[in-house]
Write a protein that binds this ligand. Structure first.
Ligand SMILES: Nc1ncnc2c1ncn2[C@@H]1O[C@H](COP(=O)(O)OP(=O)(O)OP(=O)(O)O)[C@@H](O)[C@H]1O
Ligand SMILES: O=C(O)C1=C[C@@H](O)[C@@H](O)[C@H](O)C1
Ligand SMILES: [Mg+2]
Length: 191
């Protein structure tokens, strides 16, 4: 008896994502979950994951706190812009930005002008974000977090920028990281 062979696709393509989408960029304040959710989202999609803070630490052979202490924030922001430009050259990649990246006009323009790129804002209130950061082992040495009043002022100043650069906003409070990842995927389906 003759049999018909149906060819299987060589790589599993997540059918839920719009096919033209080549990059997902996560933005939000410190503690928003960009790294945690970003890594899990990339795994779920079988995409690569690039974390801008981790790229900088690798490239400079020192921690973010040491880069701030040695070079100052302005120089850190220049390093960060280079790393973002590099990361945006990758396809099928989830990119976790640093929390302060949208403060810099160059970064906002890079994101806006890179095609096939969806920016997702991971939203939460300042108290929840601050608590999440305080639970992390590097809390004591984190730049821009030492003074809670100044940190909250930065948060407020950045909020409109996160919202402006993002195509999608996902509320993360009351969700687990995995629920955040599922919501991001659901929202991307409807882009
Ligand atoms: N709904 C959620 N989504 C993502 N992370 C969550 C959520 N709820 C709690 N968390 C926790 O919050 C923390 C987020 O830390 P993470 O390092 O991922 O933040 P980040 O946005 O990358 O911050 P940074 O700008 O400092 O790099 C993690 O410990 C994570 O487990
Ligand atoms: O919000 C910020 O200003 C920062 C966030 C982190 O991701 C790091 O990029 C660094 O600690 C600065
Ligand atoms: Mg991070």
């Amino acid at each position: 008896m003759a049999t018909t062979t149906v060819p299987l696709p060589l790589t599993p393509v997540p059918h839920s994502l719009p096919s033209q989408l080549k990059r997902i960029v996560l933005t939000g304040f410190m503690g928003a979950g960009k790294t945690t959710a970003g890594r899990r989202l990339a795994a779920a999609l079988h995409w690569d994951f690039l974390d801008i803070d981790a790229l900088l630490e690798e490239r400079h052979g020192s921690t973010i706190a040491d880069i701030f202490n040695t070079h100052g924030e302005d120089t850190f922001r220049r390093f960060e812009s280079h790393a973002i430009a590099h990361a945006l050259g990758h396809r099928n990649t989830v990119i976790a930005l640093g929390g302060g990246a949208p403060e810099v006009l160059t970064n906002r323009l890079l994101l806006e002008q890179t095609p096939a790129t969806a920016v997702v804002f991971l939203d939460a209130g300042f108290p929840a974000l601050f608590d999440r950061c305080m639970l992390q082992p590097d809390a004591a040495v984190r730049p821009n977090l030492a003074d809670p009043v100044a940190a909250e002022a930065r948060f407020r100043a950045r909020l409109p920028l996160y919202r402006r650069i993002a195509r999608i906003t996902v509320a993360t409070e009351g969700k687990t990281p995995d629920e955040t990842v599922i919501t991001i995927q659901e929202r991307l389906q409807n882009l």
